[in-house]
Design a protein around this ligand. Structure first.
Ligand SMILES: NC(=O)c1ccc[n+]([C@@H]2O[C@H](COP(=O)([O-])OP(=O)(O)OC[C@H]3O[C@@H](n4cnc5c(N)ncnc54)[C@H](OP(=O)(O)O)[C@@H]3O)[C@@H](O)[C@H]2O)c1
Length: 295
């Protein structure tokens, strides 16, 4: 299969390029310098001579505060960008695999969200991503819309800059010896390496539609941090905080845990528990001490 990866130097895009190559597919990596999804002409020009049968879109404006401050820019990438890709792939006869987010939900359900649950975003980021989902779903019948949550991987998230949550926790432990983390926001931390393998698996099926795709199980950010320190064997004073301790301007869902309902229904779910995913990541990233890796 010949597949284009949009956002190929991003956190997820980098692992996708590797995962498709490992699967024996021919990958056409597209960075922001190669394609601007906000422009239909740019999308058409970048894709038309590549002869791909699938396009994966990881490109997004997903810094939540920046989206809130500049809704026009957020919609231009997250909604119109998705539409441009859906139109171009439809016209070129290719499928579109579009990455979306747990932030389409308001977090008031307090039980894992299924694909059929109504979306009700709390902020511009979630609204613009939901608009992008609808454009994809109504434009190109050959689509996979994949909602995921709390990504971390070996390549930096370009929109958020620098370290992922795991690296940040380990660095704070090393430099300060004390960390405060919120215990009233719940997520399913998801390694991009596993998500990339899941996307490759899904791309070989023709069961198009909307999917939730995250690690199994859930935790608060505090519980995630505690597991990071336990598995990495790092001694630190870890303190409980609540979201209201931090003056976040933009509302966020308190509970954005997703159930991989359709992946399981079709026997396609590859995700391990969030704890096993974390352990694999720490081993791959060589962040475990030799003693802890053996334990
Ligand atoms: N990170 C998370 O925790 C998380 C959670 C849930 C869902 N998601 C979703 O997962 C996807 C991937 O996230 P990620 O962490 O891999 O993001 P990332 O590291 O920020 O990568 C995004 C990529 O898209 C490119 N890009 C941005 N605007 C573009 C445009 N207008 N045209 C073409 N390319 C553009 C970026 O290039 P430049 O940097 O050069 O602009 C970058 O290569 C996004 O759709 C995001 O909404 C992320």
């Amino acid at each position: 299969m010949r597949v284009a990866v949009v956002g190929s130097n991003g956190q997820l895009g980098s692992d996708l390029v590797q995962a498709f190559a490992d699967n024996g597919d021919l990958v056409c990596p597209l960075t922001h310098a190669d394609i601007d999804i906000g422009s239909y002409q740019s999308v058409r020009t970048a894709l038309e001579n590549e002869n791909v049968c699938a396009v994966v879109n990881t490109a997004a404006m997903h810094h939540v505060e920046n989206c809130e401050q500049d809704p026009a820019a957020a919609y231009s990438v997250n909604a119109i960008g998705a539409r441009n890709l859906a139109l171009a792939t439809r016209d070129l006869g290719a499928s579109l695999i579009h990455i979306s987010t747990d932030y389409v939900f308001d977090g008031k359900k307090a039980a894992p969200y299924r694909e059929e649950d109504p979306a009700l975003p709390l902020n511009v980021y979630g609204n613009s991503k939901l608009a992008g989902e609808y454009y994809v779903r109504t434009t190109n019948a050959q689509h996979f819309v994949i909602r995921t949550s709390a990504l971390y991987g070996t390549h930096p998230c370009r929109a958020k800059g620098g370290r992922n949550f795991v690296e940040l926790m380990l660095e704070l432990a090393r430099t300060r010896g004390q960390v405060r983390v919120v215990n009233d926001e719940f997520i399913s931390p998801t390694p991009t390496r596993v998500l990339a393998q899941q996307i490759v698996r899904l791309s070989t099926s023709d069961r198009f539609g909307l999917y939730h795709a995250t690690s199994e199980g859930s935790c608060s950010w505090y519980e995630f941090a505690r597991e990071i320190f336990d598995v990495a064997g790092v001694k630190v004073r870890l303190e409980v905080a609540v979201a209201s301790d931090f003056s976040m301007k933009t509302p966020r869902p308190r509970y954005s845990v997703l159930e991989n309902g359709r992946l399981k229904e079709f026997g396609l779910n590859l995700f391990p528990s969030w704890q096993d995913g974390l352990r694999q990541y720490l081993i791959q990233s060589e962040l475990l001490t030799a003693a802890n890796a053996r334990a």
